[in-house]
Design a protein around this ligand. Structure first.
Ligand SMILES: *[C@@H]1O[C@H](CO)[C@@H](O)[C@H](O)[C@H]1NC(C)=O
Ligand SMILES: *[C@@H]1O[C@H](CO)[C@@H](O)[C@H](O)[C@H]1NC(C)=O
Ligand SMILES: [Cu+2]
Length: 343
């Protein structure tokens, strides 16, 4: 049964010929910060270096935190409340990103008084500031990262966080094998920023159910991580993790503070409704068939029996299929970046 799903995914998802990859770089309000090359760079970056282009597997994996063997970066990038942060990804051969199905999510966590360059993020309190999944017209936003260099997806930073240094934890969950247990490919990456102060004085960090640790924020059976329906037409992807924070969660409304604090919204028509649980009136595929429900149950059972959630065979097959991507000229502006659904 699972083999069938995997084969189906291989057949339908032509760009599966993935070579995995890593965060290639970021743009903060248009200023570019390159990412370290996983095959050896470390040091003078604002992006924490990972040491492996393979996906992180299993939600309990300590590398869910900031990626494989992530090490603290020496630098911190300046940013402002409301800054646009755009992320661009590279595959394992340093060509353009290839996966096109799954979630694109962004979290933040305060680095505390010691600053991000010294911050051990194992217990970082992450809150979610952006998420992009399925497009209304079908397909996934992740596909917008593929095909050319410097394609980006972006997020708008919250307007009401206390000034200070923060980690931005940006993450792709590639779901082309996510219909079987352990198939989801996690690509977390951490960026160190120094955020200037908000307009309001009452800014507070999110807390309670708005914050999670990584590992800890997900489980292997969460919808959106183990999900037989990712390729169903009209399917509405359900994001794992906490709900998005919003500006009112981090501060009270400023009184009479003028025009700078208009309700946050994205600048380009991206839906702004802030919880992934809100059903949208698209298609008739939200109703799970009995058969599908049974299938999910069976998957859960299997997980509990089997323990470690690495589908080694499927993964090996995928790696074996990897082909080098053609390089093209780096001439792609950031301007067309899709802003993540967020605050
Ligand atoms: C923002 O978050 C707060 C606290 O979680 C919640 O009560 C409120 O409904 C949210 N506002 C919007 C517009 O989603
Ligand atoms: C992406 O854009 C930046 C800024 O223009 C540039 O420095 C970088 O080389 C580009 N990356 C690639 C892989 O083309
Ligand atoms: Cu991959």
């Amino acid at each position: 049964m699972f083999t069938r799903y995997v084969l189906l995914a291989l057949a339908t998802c032509t760009s599966l010929v993935a070579a995995h990859g890593a965060l290639g770089g970021i743009f903060i309000d248009g200023v570019y910060y390159p990412g370290p090359n996983p095959s050896g760079d470390s040091g003078e970056f604002v992006i924490r270096a990972v040491n492996d282009i393979n996906p992180v597997k299993g939600t309990d994996n300590p590398d869910m935190n900031c990626g494989h063997g992530a090490t603290k970066a020496a630098r911190v990038a300046p940013a402002n409340p409301g800054s646009e942060v755009a992320f661009t990804w590279l595959n394992g051969e340093r060509g353009p990103w290839v996966h096109n199905t799954g979630a694109v999510m962004t979290y933040m966590a305060a680095c505390g008084s010691e600053g991000c360059a010294n911050f051990d993020s194992a217990n970082a309190q992450f809150f979610k500031i952006g998420e992009l999944g399925r497009k209304p017209e079908g397909g996934y936003y992740m596909a917008d990262l593929t095909g050319e260099f410097n394609k980006t997806l972006s997020v708008t930073l919250p307007k009401n966080l206390p000034a200070g240094q923060y980690l931005i934890r940006h993450e792709l969950i590639a779901m082309q094998l996510g219909m079987s247990p352990g198939g989801a490919e996690f690509y977390p990456a951490c960026v160190q920023i120094d955020l200037s102060g908000p307009e309001v004085s009452s800014a507070e960090l999110p807390k309670g159910s708005d914050v999670v640790t990584f590992p800890g924020g997900y489980s292997d059976t969460d919808p959106g991580i183990l999900d037989p329906h990712v390729y169903d037409p009209g399917y509405e992807y359900v994001f794992p993790g906490p709900k998005l924070i919003n500006d009112s969660a981090t501060s009270e409304n400023p009184s009479g503070s003028g025009s700078t604090d208009t309700p946050a919204s994205t600048s380009n028509g991206t839906p702004t409704s802030s919880t992934s649980a809100t059903p949208s009136p698209t298609g008739g595929c939200n109703q799970k068939s009995k058969k599908a429900k049974r299938e999910v149950k069976r998957v859960y059972k299997r997980i509990f029996r089997q323990g470690p959630l690495i589908n080694k065979k499927a993964h090996k097959r995928e790696v074996a299929k990897a082909i080098p991507q053609q390089r093209s000229q780096p001439e792609f502006p950031v301007a067309r970046s899709r802003v993540m659904r967020g605050i």
